[in-house]
Every structure is written in C-alpha cells, then in structure tokens.
Design a protein around this ligand. Structure first.
Ligand code: MIG
Length: 805
C-alpha cells in the first residue's frame, strides 16, 4: 500500500497513492479510527476520497480535533490520550497511548480486488504484531478459554447445528478484542460487517491476522490502560446497553414443546406448587398458526389475552418467539405488505428469494434497511395487544434450510426444488442475494442486529413508558443497545455448562452484558445433577432461563425429584435475594458498558494465572463465582487473584470463615448443594428477601454484606423496575483508617426516589474479635461473632464508625 499524497486538517488525515487510501480521525479521547482501503482504485470509489459510510455498529458521528504533521515518510497523528504514526510506504502504523507507551503495531495492510460476476470479490488483510505474552479477550460469542491467543475464528453468523463446545462460528459476530499485556489493556474494533476470519497468533505465533471479504479495513484503535477504559470507549462507540426491566432479571422457564395454553398454566402452577420463583414463561414456535409470525394457533391458544392476564395474577409474564422468515401465502397480510412494498430480500436476477425455514415456502424481510426495520417494528403492536411482555428473536442469522432455485417471485412455482438442493441446517441465504443495493455477503452479519433494533424500537414506540425486553440468538457489534443474547442450542452436557462461563464473559468484554445460556442445556436430555449444577451457575447469568428441546427429558426444576428440587429451589431463591446487586450491575453496564460477568483477570489485569482461570467468573467487580461444572465433583480448584477473599458459599453469611489470601489456587468444598463464591476485601453485596416474582426495584428489605478492607466501595441503584421514573443511587465508601484504629463507612444517596424501608442490616466481615458494643457508633449493634459483625441501621444512615481498640 503505497501512499504518496497527504492532506492534513483538524478533523482528518487523508493519505493516498495510485491504488490505496487511508483516512484517520478521532471519535473521542483515546480512540483513533484508521480507515484503510488497500485497493481503493479498484473498488469504484471516487479515489482518493473514501465513500460515505453508514455504519451499522457505530452510533453517532463524532470528529474530535487531531494534531498531525509530516515527518519524512511518516505522518504523526496525535489526539488526547492516543497517537498514531502512519508509514506512507506501506500504510502500516504504530499506535501509542497518551503516555507514549507502544500499544500495537501493524505489520502489513493489504488487499486485492477481482471483478467477477455477479459481484466483485475483495480480500483485505491486516497483520498485527502479537508480542509474546499478550492476551486477547472478547471476539464476541466464541468458544475456548478467556484468552483466545492460539485460536482462529470466523465471523459469519451461523446456526451451526448441533453446536459442540468447540464449534465455530456460532450465531454472533463481534469483531472486537481487548488485548492485555503486562497489565495494560488496549482494544481494537474492526467495523466491517463482511465475512471475516481472524488468526490469533496460531498460524504464526507472532502475528494476529484478520482477513475480510470487503474492500476496506475500518479500524478503531482504543487506548486503555485499564480494561474498563477500553470497554467504556467501545460502548461509547457502539452504543450503551439498554437497561433491562427488572422482571426480565427474574427466572425464565421455556421449552420447545409446550403444547398449548393449558401446558403453560401447568408450568406456572408447577412453579408455585413447588415454592419456586418465576417471572417469565416463553412460548416457542408452536404458538403460531402454521409458523406465521404475528398469528396464533387458536386451537392451542384460544384466548391469549386471557392467558396473559391469568399468569399475571401469579406475577408471570409471557414472551413469544418471532422468526424472520415470512410464510409465502398470498392473503396473509404480513406477506402481502412486504411484497407490495418491496421489503423482501431478492435474488441476483431481481425476483424475490424464496426459501424454507419453519414456514415453507418462506420469504425474508430485508432487515438491513431502515424502512423495513420500521415496518417490522410496527408489527410488534401485535405483542402489546396480546399482552405479550417481550420478544424472543430466533433463526435470525438468518437460518434458511434451503433456497428454491429459479427466478423467485413473481413466479415461485416455476422453480421446483432440485433434488438434493436442500442445504444442511446452518445454511443461510446465498452470498449474492440482494438487500437493496447491498449483497448478502456484506449484510449477513447485521441481519439480526436490524431485527433486534426493529423489535426494540417497535416495542418502545408502542409502549413508551416501558423498557423493551428483546432476546436474540444472532447478533453483531452494537446489539447491546437492543437485546439480550443467549448462546443458542447448547446441549445438556457438562462441556457446554463449562463453556458457558468463558463464552458469556467474552460477550461481556465485547460490550454485551445481558447474556445467558440455556439452563439445563437445550439439546439432549438433562439429568438431576447436571440441571442442578447448571441452575447454580445460571443464577449468576444476567439472563437466567431454563430451556429445553422437543423430545428431550422435561427440565423444569421439579422433574428430577429430590434432592435436586430443593437444591434448585435454594439456588433460584438466592437469585431473587441477589436482585438488588444484579439490578445495580445492569445499571452500571447501561452507563459504562462494564459487564455483569467479567473475566477473573479483570480483578488483577497483571496476573497471568488469573487470565487462565476460565471456569470461574467475576459477578461485578468483587464477587468471584466458581460453580461446579463437572460431574460428580464435591470439591473444585479455584484460582483467587491477589488480594483477600472471603469465602461465602451460597452467599451465606452464617458460616463466616476467615478470608483467604489470593494469588494462588485453593480447593473449594462444593457438595451438590453448594456454589463456591468469594467476596474480595472492600467489596459488598446488597441482598433482599427472597420472593416468588419481582415487583419493584425499590427494596423494602435490604442487607449489605461488606468485606471490610482498606478501601470499601459499594453502590445500589433503585427505581420502580421499569420505565423512566424517579430513582436513587446509594454509595457506600470507607475502610480501615490508616492508623488501623478505626473502621468507618460513609453513605451518600442521590435521586428523588423515596426510601421504601426504614432500616437496613449491615453484615460486616472483618477482625472484630472481642469487640464491645460500645465501640460502634451510628448503628445498633446486634451481634458480633468472630469475623462477623451484624448491625442494624436506619435506612438513611450517613456514617458508621467502629473503634478497633
Ligand atoms: O431450529 O424454535 O435456538 O431455542 O427452541 C430450531 C425452536 C429452532 C432454535 C432455538 C431454540 C428454539 C428452537 N429454534
């Protein structure tokens, strides 16, 4: 890539040669955009200008001033918090942070273009130096451990059926990673929707190579130095996560195979009869009439509105599945409207593409176009009219079992299915299918993003005072603005339970906090032990849904008898006790992008061993969760990063043990009824009373569990649980004083939500041996056990002091 000419201005650097062009700008501090077109002369651009781009992932259009100057064969570009040196004789660059620290270095940026029928073919490749010891986290929904170094991934949303713990690609493509080297983080987002492949120091141990099938490489380089700095910038760029309604953080129950309204009533009755909490039941594809979206099979669901009302009396809501494939059936209004308005994906030759999914034959709305999204969004009025609380988007890779040959509509009967033409599951639309002016190859990966956006915006328009709940299987960067993501058809086997933890943490690193895997496993039959262990892990998934496939063993918590039922009940009740903390973490995610589930390494970015810990996860900043993910284990190995960690098995305060020193592996006792969890010194949890379903996130009962440390930091976000009404943020800060003579906590609250409680309980874990009640000021001393001090305080307390004598 030879660049010979340069224009430098306040907003942008443009460098070009006879065949290539590069544009550099800065959206915000610490972030530089490097848009390279290594074959610009061959791609129909008005060379050297790069064409206007409507990004699917990046929100807003920011241009911060940059300073630039030419130095020989290089251009130096500086902005607040980041700097880049671009070499004109190759288009390669060196990326540094504001302190001049070298973060990343490209080795080559190359491309090729070939004109071909029906569409030109491109290849663009970026090779980055992968220094020894640098770890690569994120990449969206990917298999493998937390650090993906040594792996190779494809970005092409795929219903890869049946998925195994090593299957790639899966349903989601997020071309973003966070690199960590010597405790310093930086990140890279490749804003390309085209199919791409990354080789993370696998083929060549010193190179990270990313190749796309598009004509350019649109990169955002993000300086840290902390992981949270990188994630904050990444979600600033791709959009802040939507705040979940409280009810969607409760327990969900689903099954592909719930027969009819009576089955649904039975599920709700079963939950209540067994004393199990539940907020949501999902209706899978069988509720529809002939798999036609926005219809009911009235023989199964004679009165959906009455059903919704009935389950609501038990505090339960309904979510319905919606697939993108539209049944080709003249007279079916959704089809007729889509056809009349030219909203459908077309074949290369111009006719409407006809394929097969659950509806057969089926056509596909072109959800990459804003006007089609708007129309699709308006269809969600149906959900609101039918008392449906949220929408579950499936098959939106899009999956397409087969495509009919022939010219498509207007003469679909002209194209008979060729023998053997039916593609295997996992298949999608043809690369050259047309989405308006674009090819499928370009917009395939954003099909689901458009669908989720349509659902989110449609539900918001229809019910502006509620927060939409949308669940999606496929996704692209930016999906956090609209939807929760679940990991698709994980099977009921231990390997998938284990795989869920690093995969969900990886999605979190990639800006998507609202995530979960099917609790109990979807494909194959679960058993009592697996379902119990999966439930214990699943109560820490932000999206917690038990789901199973037709033909497999029934999987509701009572199906396996005792002791499993009681243990799963205890786990689900714990989930409801944990809601004040989870809700607060979701709020933090909505503001900063920091996920609920985090790699353990986030607690100690410079700690190599923490990076290798993949079968355990952080829930927020300070709680380490290490569920058992293997069969017949009553102990497990847990890595605790440096620092002091208080064992709180099942978050249970009563057996308060002495804190453990981290920076080492320990063996945790974990009989079937126990989930090992550890609270870091300075960390806190806010728990409430268990309940059968959610009501409000303004908690009438609240207990703080604080692991006393030198620096304590805790927060609690409260509001009505939905909509945009009044809220309150409570912050607690403090710790041991430097002289070691006192421990103090200060509480500050902001916001206009009145307190729903008059008192709170504070459980403080620390060295309180022999403490006299007189040593405590600002709270009522209830008890002191070795290591645990229990205090009762007025809900509006502002300061607590403890003399340590
Ligand atoms: O081809 O709607 O991942 O959760 O139950 C299977 C039926 C289609 C796949 C989803 C799964 C759902 C199932 N769907």
């Amino acid at each position: 890539m030879l660049l010979t000419d340069v224009t430098l201005d306040e907003a942008r650097v443009l460098a070009w040669g006879a065949r290539a062009a590069v544009a550099i700008s800065s959206p915000f501090p610490g972030v530089l955009r490097v848009r390279s077109a290594p074959q610009s002369a061959a791609t129909g651009y008005a060379h050297p200008e790069l064409p206007e781009k409507r990004s699917f992932a990046v929100v807003g259009d920011y241009a911060r001033p940059i300073a630039s100057r030419r130095e020989g064969d290089a251009i130096l570009i500086e902005t607040e918090g980041a700097a880049l040196t671009l070499a004109l004789n190759g288009g390669t660059w060196v990326f540094r942070d504001g302190e001049g620290r070298l973060l990343a270095e490209s080795q080559s940026v190359t491309g090729s273009a070939r004109s071909s029928f029906p569409a030109d073919l491109y290849r663009s490749e970026l090779r980055l130096a992968a220094p020894p010891g640098e770890a690569y986290l994120g990449f969206g929904e990917k298999v493998g451990p937390v650090d993906k170094r040594g792996m190779r991934f494809i970005f092409w949303n795929t219903d890869n059926f049946p998925p195994q713990p090593e299957t790639d690609p899966l349903y989601v493509s997020i071309p973003f990673f966070l690199a960590l080297r010597d405790g310093i983080a930086w990140g890279m987002f490749l804003d390309e929707t085209w199919r791409s492949e990354v080789d993370i120091a696998r083929a060549d141990r010193s190179v990270l190579a990313w190749e796309t099938t598009g004509p350019e490489l649109d990169l955002y380089l993000i300086a840290g130095p902390r992981p949270e700095d990188v994630i904050r910038s990444y979600v600033e760029l791709t959009g802040k996560p939507a705040m979940a309604p409280l009810w969607s953080l409760g327990a969900h129950q689903s099954r592909w195979g719930y027969e009819n309204a009576e089955t649904v009533r039975g599920v709700v009755r079963g939950y209540r009869a067994h004393g199990l909490p539940l907020d949501v039941v999902h209706l899978d594809i069988d509720y529809m009439d002939g798999y036609k979206v926005w219809t009911w099979d009235k023989s199964r669901y004679p009165d959906p509105v009455a059903l919704a009302r009935e389950v609501a009396e038990n505090g339960v809501r309904l979510v319905t599945i919606v697939d993108p494939g539209i049944k080709l059936e003249p007279g079916y209004a959704v089809y007729d409207e889509a056809l009349a308005n030219d909203y459908l994906v077309r074949l290369e030759r111009g006719g409407v593409l006809v394929g097969e999914v659950w509806p057969e034959p089926a056509v596909f709305p072109d959800l990459s176009r804003p006007e089609v999204q708007h129309w699709w969004g308006d269809q969600h009025e149906w959900a609101l009219e039918n008392g449906i609380a949220g929408i579950w988007n499936d098959m939106n890779e899009p999956a397409c079992f087969s495509v009919r040959p022939g010219p498509g509509i207007p003469s679909p009967e002209g194209g008979k299915q060729l023998p053997g033409a039916s593609a295997p599951l996992g298949a999608t639309l043809p690369d050259e299918a047309r989405h308006g002016a674009r090819r499928h190859l370009e917009v395939h990966n954003v099909y689901a993003l458009g669908m989720a956006r349509a659902a989110f915006e449609g539900l918001s328009r229809g019910a502006p005072d509620r927060r939409p709940f949308v669940l999606t299987r496929a996704a692209f960067a930016g999906v956090q603005r609209y939807a929760a993501v679940w990991t698709g058809d994980f099977g009921s086997h231990w390997g998938h339970l284990e795989a869920s933890l690093p995969m969900l943490a990886g999605l979190g690193v990639s800006g998507v906090p609202f995530v979960g895997a099917d609790v109990g496993g979807f494909l194959r039959s679960s058993d009592g032990e697996l379902c119990t262990r999966w439930t214990q892990a699943g109560i820490f998934y932000p999206f917690c849904r038990n789901h199973s496939a037709k033909g497999t063993a029934q999987q509701e918590p009572w199906r396996f008898g005792e002791p499993f039922l009681s243990i799963m009940r205890a786990a689900l009740l714990l989930r409801y006790r944990l809601l004040p903390t989870l809700y607060t973490l979701m709020r933090e995610a909505a503001e900063t992008g920091m996920p609920v589930l985090r790699p353990v390494a986030f607690a100690a970015p410079g700690d190599r061993a923490a990076l290798s810990a993949f079968d355990e996860v952080l829930f927020g900043p300070d709680l380490l969760v290490a569920p058992v993910v293997r069969p017949q284990q009553d102990k497990r190995l847990v890595y605790l990063p440096e620092g002091a960690w208080l064992p709180l098995p099942n978050l249970d305060a009563s057996g308060a043990a002495a804190p453990l020193q981290g920076g080492r592996h320990i063996i945790a006792e974990a009989p079937l009824e126990v989930v090992p969890t550890y609270l870091r010194a300075g960390g806190a949890l806010a728990l409430t009373a268990p309940a059968m379903h959610t009501t409000t996130a303004s908690w009438a009962e609240l207990t703080w569990h604080v692991h006393a440390g030198d620096s304590v930091r805790a927060s609690l976000y409260e509001d009505a649980g939905d909509g945009a009404g009044p809220s309150r943020v409570t912050r607690i800060e403090g710790g041991f004083t430097k002289d070691g003579k006192h421990f103090e906590l200060v509480r500050r609250a902001e916001g206009d939500l009145p307190l729903a409680r008059t008192s709170e309980v504070l459980c403080l874990y620390g060295p309180w041996d022999g403490l006299s009640p007189l040593a405590v000021r600002g709270a009522r001393f209830t008890r002191a056990d070795a290591g645990l001090l229990t205090l009762e305080v007025a809900a509006d307390w502002d300061r607590i002091e403890i003399d340590l004598g």
